[in-house]
Design a protein around this ligand. Structure first.
Ligand SMILES: Nc1nc2c(ncn2[C@@H]2O[C@H](COP(=O)(O)OP(=O)(O)OP(=O)(O)O)[C@@H](O)[C@H]2O)c(=O)[nH]1
Ligand SMILES: [Mg+2]
Length: 239
């Protein structure tokens, strides 16, 4: 009788496992340096960059040092918009790595080499405009935030539920346009509540500044549990 040879079959490790491992490494670094990290997600054009342009100067007034990782498939357009703020901005384009429709934890890791985490308080990751894929990936952030503009239709929280389930905060953006639109704001809120009853909602407008201070208050409150390591000058800073 012929002897059957049993061979060990190599199995390629789950890509998600790799992604999660990088995210854990990122989180360890963020925690070590007390950097509070926000992963900003939305559909294209909901107003992430414009909101950051308004938000960061307010946080700077509160003595918080900010930085941004700008995710995009290609182009440095959003980074160029933020560079006048005088903060560290690193562009993370996915095109050279296959054109992913979301920022990956490996890209965040690569971007971190360009920052001095010891002097940073808040890091924003502007994800690629997309209500689907970005919600699936942990980057090592502290909080996921979805920006939903009131021009997108009331049904989006129901149609893209994972995004709204994963996030801790929904910024309801472009509120200044409400008088000009046939939009039912109560229905948007009801659809958000149906999808994730725990999701905090802050209405904002980057045009008028409505809600931007409340959004900064939320950041400061969420960050308060996270302090710089013992001995750091930043630790005793009053927020
Ligand atoms: N009326 C009004 N327009 C806004 C507001 N915020 C952003 N916009 C406009 O909406 C458009 C898209 O804004 P962006 O900030 O580029 O949106 P984004 O989410 O960063 O877009 P991507 O990075 O391409 O996904 C721009 O023309 C902005 O001027 C707002 O609060 N009110
Ligand atoms: Mg943008």
């Amino acid at each position: 009788m012929m002897k059957v040879m049993r061979m060990k079959i190599p199995v390629i490790r789950n890509v998600l496992e790799e992604s999660d491992a990088r995210a854990r490494e990122n989180r360890t670094l963020f925690d070590r340096h007390g950097v509070f990290v926000l992963n900003m997600m939305s559909s294209p054009g909901a107003g992430k960059t414009t909101l950051l342009q308004k938000t960061i100067p307010l946080l700077q007034k509160r003595n918080l040092k900010c930085a941004v990782i700008e995710g995009d498939i290609t182009s440095t357009l959003d980074s160029e918009k933020l560079s006048p703020l005088g903060i560290p901005v690193v562009q993370a384009n996915t095109e050279p790595f296959g054109g992913d429709c979301h920022v990956g934890s490996h890209l965040v890791q690569a971007a971190l080499a360009h920052f001095d985490l010891a002097t940073m308080d808040v890091l924003f990751i502007e994800n690629i405009g997309n209500l689907v894929c970005p919600a699936e990936f942990d980057l090592g952030e502290d909080r996921k935030v979805v920006v939903l503009s009131i021009t997108e239709g009331e049904d989006k929280p129901v149609k893209y539920p994972l995004m709204f389930r994963e996030c801790k905060l929904c910024l309801l953006s472009k509120m200044d346009l409400a008088p000009h639109l046939d939009v039912d704001l109560a229905r948007i809120r009801e659809n958000i509540r149906r999808t994730n009853a725990e999701l905090t909602v802050i209405p904002v407008s980057a045009k008028t500044g409505e809600g931007v201070a409340a959004w900064c208050d939320w950041i400061v409150a969420q960050k308060s549990g996270k302090r710089k390591a013992e001995g750091s000058d930043q630790k005793s800073r009053e927020l």
